[in-house]
Write a protein that binds this ligand. Structure first.
Ligand code: FE
Ligand code: ZN
Length: 522
């Protein structure tokens, strides 16, 4: 695209462009799509800057994500023109009234929310070894039942019964992966365990597709193996033919709300950090109150009935090395006070749902109970529901699974192809494994509860995580998979990890239609 066409295209938005920004756009390999991306971003900003600078263009092009996950009902440009036309025309009082009087539709809807499951008040963990035995037995029971429901694993047999089969027989077993290793010649060996015994499964290097699957197997998860039995003098060996994860059944009908309500999904505010973007967060609060945004964005704000926070409300104290140097508020109680002061500005008709993360003041091992009253009684005084991590909720009939996402750190390190830039890929892996944090002994501390609260027993309609500080959206088998990003700028710690955050993006999910839209506040 040449400069004139770029300027023409941008003219529709009433934004001025600096020569630097123009130059940056012109130099893009696909300048047309770059211009369109910039336009999309600008449209979804609640507070459009008057001048498009080089810095803003660079930032927008770096984010490179889709904001609208459905075709727009009407073109924005049309709406913007209409707005200008009406203001200039004789009927100007009508839109002004619309602007002055913000009547949130959600205020007329009763909250319908049910906490289906979380650990709060149910923790029996004494931290003893026998509890871990119980935990893993429970994990095996739940996941093997799920696997056995699959047609390809109906015939799965207990490991102890393998001795009764002949050499060369086709067998299927379901086991927890006790160990995974690579041999010197490049084959993968899995130690599988069920309640009856232990067996070794071999994946030969020559089997490319199977090796790809084997690479995704992590320790302590429960999988099914289809194999050929090899009997020698030693214990029987399984020569793997296929590896099967429980996954999510398909097709399935996602549930929808009868009322026209939306949920705004947040996480990782990190209040108390110097890098907390208070201005951007204030813009979000103003938007919820109908004070900023274009007419369509305000209408959407009026339908927000829930604000869900998937952990890391505050930055905490002593969470990562040298954190104190980047703290604005050094006292954890003061951090929660500051967070409460902000959240108190959310309109009363909106219910807040708050789950903890690894920066919050509650035990770090998962499942985490809700933030305790003695840390932050003020949060309980808001129109809020304090839940654990993970939490299963039914909101207007729509099933939510909210999980902070600590186990991303382990999954990204162990599973090839997963990375911090695309959090939804890791979330989809969790859904396929039907477990939020399968790997034991990694970065994710796991509490020895007698039930495994991290098994994804019921299939959610909305799967909401945070922790990665990168916004992400994807549909997986009709499940809305969302990572809600952050309101914190890059910290030195993230810089070392190589994480480039996408702060100030808030996904809004329409519970009636199941559609998601991201709005920019930074
Ligand atoms: Fe965080
Ligand atoms: Zn986190």
């Amino acid at each position: 695209m040449d400069e004139v066409s770029i300027i023409r295209r941008l003219m529709d938005t009433d934004i001025h462009i600096t020569p630097g920004a123009l130059d940056t756009l012109r130099k893009q390999t696909d300048s047309q799509s770059a211009v369109e991306r910039v336009l999309t971003y600008l449209r979804e900003m609640v507070d459009k800057p008057p001048v498009l600078t080089e810095g803003l263009v660079t930032k927008i092009l770096e984010v490179d994500i889709e904001t609208r996950h459905q075709p727009p009902s009407s073109s924005y440009l049309a709406i913007e023109r209409q707005e200008t036309a009406v203001v200039e025309g004789p009927t100007r009082t009508v839109p002004e009234l619309v602007h002055l009087k913000f009547k949130p539709q959600a205020a007329d809807v009763e909250p319908r929310i049910e906490l289906l499951k979380d650990i709060t008040g149910h923790s029996y963990s004494e931290g003893e070894l026998k509890d871990f035995v119980k935990l893993f037995k429970d994990r095996y029971d739940r996941l093997s039942n799920m696997l056995r429901k699959r047609v390809d694993l109906h015939e799965a047999v207990p490991i102890s019964s393998l001795t009764a089969y002949d050499d060369g027989d086709a067998v299927r077993v379901i086991g927890i992966v006790a160990d995974k290793r690579e041999t010197r010649s490049g084959h993968i060996v899995l130690e599988l365990e069920d309640l009856s015994g232990r067996a070794t499964a071999w994946i030969f290097k020559g089997r490319r597709e199977l090796m790809r699957k084997a690479a995704e197997v992590v320790t302590d998860e429960v999988i099914g193996i289809e194999a050929m039995l090899r009997k020698g003098d030693a214990a029987p060996r399984l020569i793997a033919i296929d590896i099967i994860w429980p996954d999510v059944p398909t097709p399935r009908e996602p549930s929808c709300a009868a009322d026209p309500v939306c949920a705004a999904l947040l996480s990782d505010l990190h209040v108390g950090s110097e890098m907390f973007l208070e201005d951007a967060f204030m813009k979000f609060l103003k938007w919820l109150r109908g004070e900023v945004g274009n007419p369509e964005q305000r209408e959407l704000a009026g339908r927000v009935k829930y604000v869900v926070i998937a952990g890391d409300l505050v930055d905490g104290v002593g969470v990562y090395p040298q954190q104190e140097e980047e703290l604005l508020i050094h006292d954890i109680f003061r951090q929660y006070e500051a967070a409460t002061e902000l959240l108190a500005q959310i309109p009363d008709h909106i219910t807040l749902i708050i789950a903890p993360g690894n920066h919050d003041a509650v035990r770090p091992s998962e499942p985490q109970p809700a933030l305790p009253r003695d840390v932050t009684s003020a949060l309980y005084d808001l129109n809020s529901l304090m839940v654990g991590n993970p939490a299963w909720l039914l909101i207007h009939g729509v099933r939510f699974l909210v999980y902070h996402g600590r186990s991303f750190d382990d999954l990204v390190a162990m599973v090839p192809g997963l990375n911090r830039e695309k959090p939804t890929s890791s979330m989809i892996k969790m859904l396929q494994k039907r477990h939020l944090a399968p790997i034991y002994g990694g970065r994710t501390a796991i509490a020895p509860e007698d039930k495994d609260y991290l098994v994804i027993e019921d299939v959610p309609d909305v799967f909401h995580c945070g922790h990665m500080h990168v916004y992400g959206y994807e549909k997986y088998r009709d499940i809305t998979v969302v990572n809600s990003g952050t309101f914190q700028e890059m910290t030195s710690y993230m810089k070392r990890l190589g994480v480039k955050p996408t702060p100030g993006i808030v996904p809004i999910i329409d519970l009636q239609t199941g559609q998601t839209r991201a709005i920019y506040f930074a």
